[in-house]
Design a protein around this ligand. Structure first.
Ligand SMILES: Nc1ncnc2c1ncn2[C@@H]1O[C@H](COP(=O)(O)OP(=O)(O)O)[C@@H](O)[C@H]1O
Ligand SMILES: [Mg+2]
Length: 254
């Protein structure tokens, strides 16, 4: 198992946002986490990626207990994430956002940069090559010099995935990668997620658009009111009575 989540629990005052949630993430799969608004999906991502401390429970990455590690340590170990609302630098260009995503992991310090040390030069070239590769991968080469504020929502979502990619992650956690995008414009994002998988990156995805979940996911975990109520392949989940009840109040998912 690449990632193992064991009985993760999070209390906010009186509210139980996650109650003993357990699941595994196998290398190379796309796992979707679904559930109604407020079910605890983003909280679960926050616990796994170290943004919030868990009340109890454990997280293992490749057998190593990584519970309670800070976000940067999780990033160093290969867990990257995007957020429900994008966290790009609006006033900077596309390529700058990617470069920043990479430079946070390089070692060049202030004096290296000031003195144009050989390390500075080497890392500058490395960064430029990485940025070009990411631009190509997310299909945004012609937008390299555009300012983020001028991009469509869809392009911003793709760029956010590109930024996450700059840390060479093993696992990408995507929190609603198509939030705010109309159904017709989700194909590009779907295709990009499939290419992450082809590249060998394991994907854990929170998503509301059912067609996308059913097409993309190898497995689905369903949360409702902080509880895991189901887990299984899409065809099983789509006719699971508890899921249908929770999710659509009795109607069929498809
Ligand atoms: N930082 C927080 N402080 C207090 N309550 C929170 C916090 N984050 C989330 N919650 C609550 O936890 C529950 C689950 O939220 P969330 O994980 O964002 O749900 P989802 O992503 O499934 O829509 C909600 O009731 C929400 O209001
Ligand atoms: Mg959420």
């Amino acid at each position: 198992m690449l990632l193992k989540v064991e009985k993760l629990t999070k209390h906010f005052d009186g509210l139980v946002a996650n109650n003993h949630i357990s699941f595994d993430l196998a290398e190379g799969e796309i796992l979707a986490i679904i559930g109604p608004n407020g079910a605890g999906k983003s909280t679960l991502f926050n616990l796994i990626s170290g943004m919030l401390p868990a009340t109890s429970g454990k997280v293992f990455l490749e057998e190593e207990d990584v519970t309670g590690l800070k976000p940067h340590s999780m990033a160093e170990r290969g867990i990257a994430r995007t957020f429900q609302t994008t966290t790009l630098f609006d006033e900077l260009r596309v390529m700058d956002n990617l470069a920043i995503g990479y430079r946070v992991r390089t070692r060049t310090g202030f004096w290296d940069a000031l003195l144009h040390s050989s390390r500075w030069r080497r890392e500058k070239e490395e960064t430029e090559a990485k940025v070009m590769e990411a631009l190509e991968f997310i299909g945004m080469r012609e937008y390299a010099y555009h300012f983020v504020s001028t991009l469509t929502q869809e392009a911003q979502k793709r760029l956010a995935i590109g930024v996450a990619l700059m840390s060479d992650p093993k696992i990408m956690m995507l929190d609603e990668p198509t939030a705010g995008i109309i159904q017709d414009e989700t194909d590009g994002i779907m295709e990009l997620i499939l290419r992450l998988k082809e590249r060998g990156i394991t994907v854990c995805l929170i998503e509301h658009k059912m067609r996308m979940v059913m097409d993309l996911a190898d497995r689905i975990v369903v949360l409702n009111y902080g509880e895991k109520i189901a887990e299984g392949p899409p065809e099983e989940i789509s006719c699971n009575p508890a899921v249908i009840e929770a999710y659509l109040g009795g109607e069929h998912i498809a």
